[in-house]
Design a protein. Structure first.
Length: 336
């Protein structure tokens, strides 16, 4: 009997490989956009949850027991970094989860992204200035592709058995972003990497003109032609990346200092600026009050657009592509 039992145990399949191949990687992110990216790259191997509600300002959230408990079960923790979600440090430290206490299980999504507005000096008198540059990097689709690559690397590190899945999903997601940016026809003809390289060099239009392919440009780039040179006011320094990528000009913010509600004197000064510069649009994040924007609009004729900056910020915006599409559509439609 003992020999039969020993033989049965010896012949039983080892659990390690089987369990590893079916492993569900638990990912916890600060922002919903990073949850979305983790799910796109991870597919069925990943279960992801976001801590920040997309209709709340991610700058000023506070770590709470619910967040800490959620992070306690994570295999991978993803945060934006660049001083946007500093509260994530408290979440991780009080989660009791050793897996996310080191770089192996913790990812700064903005790593190696192109960063704008790096301050030369820092002073509390200037308001909520980010010492590591403007943190809203994900609003540039090129940066989002870097975030996807970062997420792919982190998932491969915590779940090597899933690499083939992650490799394939990264390619598919990258292609989705490329086609949304340039249109399917152009991506099929030139490939996404070629088109992005020309954008980085500022030579996309010239390259397409030389090839007689300018009429093939589609997607967000074609739509954004209507925004070229348009002057825009925003509540907060949120849209620097979006503006640089899609060609409109941010002339000022309703906030006189970042993180500080706009004082009446500043709003009166802005009225002259908006009229002088012919500002057409005021962008107001969904979680900021609209009183100041509505006041300036009522005196100048500019249009107030309340828009999300995160996936899930408004009904129906359930993906990154839908997020960028929503903002662009609102802006373009407001000019008609």
């Amino acid at each position: 009997m003992k020999k039969m039992l020993a033989l049965a145990l010896a012949m039983a399949p080892g659990p390690t490989e089987s369990q590893e191949s079916k492993k569900t990687v638990r990912v916890v992110t600060t922002l919903n956009v990073f949850r979305h990216v983790a799910e796109k790259i991870g597919g069925g191997r990943v279960s992801a949850a976001a801590l920040a509600h997309p209709k709340r300002d991610p700058h000023y959230l506070q770590a709470d027991p619910v967040m800490q408990k959620t992070a306690g079960g994570a295999d991978l923790f993803i945060q934006n970094g660049r001083s946007l979600d500093l509260w994530a440090n408290d979440v991780v430290q009080h989660s009791g989860n050793v897996r996310i206490q080191t770089s192996h299980g913790r990812l700064t999504a903005s790593h190696e992204c192109s960063v704008l507005e790096m301050p030369r000096q820092i002073s509390k008198e200037w308001g909520d200035i980010h010492p590591e540059g403007n943190p809203h990097v994900w609003l540039d689709p090129l940066n989002l592709k870097q975030i996807a690559r970062n997420t792919h690397g982190a998932l491969c590190a915590v779940d090597p058995a899933g690499r083939a899945t992650y490799d394939e999903n990264l390619k598919l997601f990258g292609r989705e972003i490329d086609e949304a940016m340039f249109g399917k026809e152009l991506v099929e003809e030139y490939g996404g990497e070629f088109l992005w390289r020309k954008i980085r060099l500022g030579k996309l239009d010239d390259a397409l003109q030389e090839d007689g392919a300018a009429g093939k440009l589609g997607g967000w780039m074609r739509k954004a032609r209507a925004l070229k040179g348009v002057k825009v006011l925003s509540y907060h320094k949120t849209y620097a990346y979006f503006a640089e990528r899609f060609g409109f000009h941010l002339v000022a913010e309703l906030e006189e200092k970042p993180g500080i509600a706009p004082p009446p004197k500043h709003l009166e000064d802005l009225l002259d600026l908006v009229k002088r510069e012919d500002v057409r649009i005021i962008l107001n994040d969904v979680f900021y009050p609209t009183d100041a924007a509505n006041y300036v609009a009522s005196k100048t004729g500019a249009k107030v657009l309340v828009v999300p900056i995160d996936v899930g910020g408004v009904e129906g915006v359930n993906s990154y592509v839908a997020l960028i599409e929503y903002i662009l559509d609102r802006m373009v439609s407001s000019l008609q």
